[in-house]
Write a protein that binds this ligand. Sequence first.
Ligand code: FAD
Length: 337
Amino acid sequence: MSQASWETVDVTIIGGGPVGLFAAFYAGMRGMSARILDSLPELGGQLTALYPEKDVFDMPGFTRITAKQLAKEMAEQGTQFGADLVLGQTAQDLVEQEDGYVITTAEGARLPTRTLIIAAGAGAFTPTRLGVPREAEFEGRGLSYGVLDKAALAGKRVAIVGGGDSAFDWCLNLAPIASEITLIHRRDQFRAHEDSVRQVLASNVKKHLWSVVRELHGDSALEGITVENTQTKTCDRLEVDALVVNVGFKSSLGPIKAWGLTIEKNLIVVDPRFETNRPRVFAVGDVCTFPTKLKLIATGVGEAVTAICFAKTYLDPDAKLFPGHSSDMDLFQTGHS
Ligand SMILES: Cc1cc2nc3c(=O)[nH]c(=O)nc-3n(C[C@H](O)[C@H](O)[C@H](O)COP(=O)(O)OP(=O)(O)OC[C@H]3O[C@@H](n4cnc5c(N)ncnc54)[C@H](O)[C@@H]3O)c2cc1C
């Protein structure tokens, strides 16, 4: 159950993608309490949702790193100061208060904050649904979009829908613990990394190719699915305990557009401090626009540093804008000088 009312924090960051994660890290560096809100259940934004297996070559310090490993490192760095995580919830409304704002989520949480950084990328990601009857009824009762709790699938019969990296990653990840895995994909070609495809095809994962899920069965929880082979038009009923759907994401800036911010071509206009037209509200990363904007992680994280430093001056007018060098700080009491 989601906690409905939360404490006030110095900064709330909408978006747990790479730029939002670095904003959370930098907030910690500046001694600010922080909260990250994301509509997805997992941190990483586009890195995790759209291209986990692709190599990224333009990150400082990494000659090459997969997007999912980069997301993992950035999540570790971004949360090490103890930022609150509000995941699986979408920012809906923004109401100004005397000393900041209250964000409410579509799921009913109330999140008071002194400053706000919007790092919402192309907007809130929501999973693409199968579009079959009773889908909403079984969501959270056996049907999920991605895996929230891997351990809960131990010993279970799991069907996985999709032909991309997420579907193949979950086949490989769950193989050691699930009692049976069935992969269902609408074609016989896959968009996943070729090594993952090779491993899954060589494994004992059952495959239903050229197949789609047509029906869901069960009373209070999912007990089975009907799968149709679109070439032969034959249907099979499979007894399963869990159905994991990985057929992509849709994104939408949605409610943020109604927050009174200046928007141009679906992007939030910012000044050189990365502040929007509303005081204490900043926007960074893919969601913001200014004349020299580049949509890259390397530039987005720099924007996040500047925005956090200006947000800090709202909280403490005597605070220096320039934070000093991290190498001169003993942030984690390592004892190094
Ligand atoms: C295939 C592909 C390859 C790429 N390769 C590279 C590369 O090699 N190098 C590079 O620098 N860049 C690359 N990029 C671009 C890079 O991924 C983006 O620039 C980067 O992800 C932007 O980060 P962000 O944190 O601003 O937004 P995102 O990563 O988009 O994260 C935004 C997050 O905000 C959340 N969110 C949005 N609205 C709400 C809301 N209302 N409530 C709650 N949560 C919300 C979303 O769910 C999402 O998780 C690539 C992009 C793609 C698609």
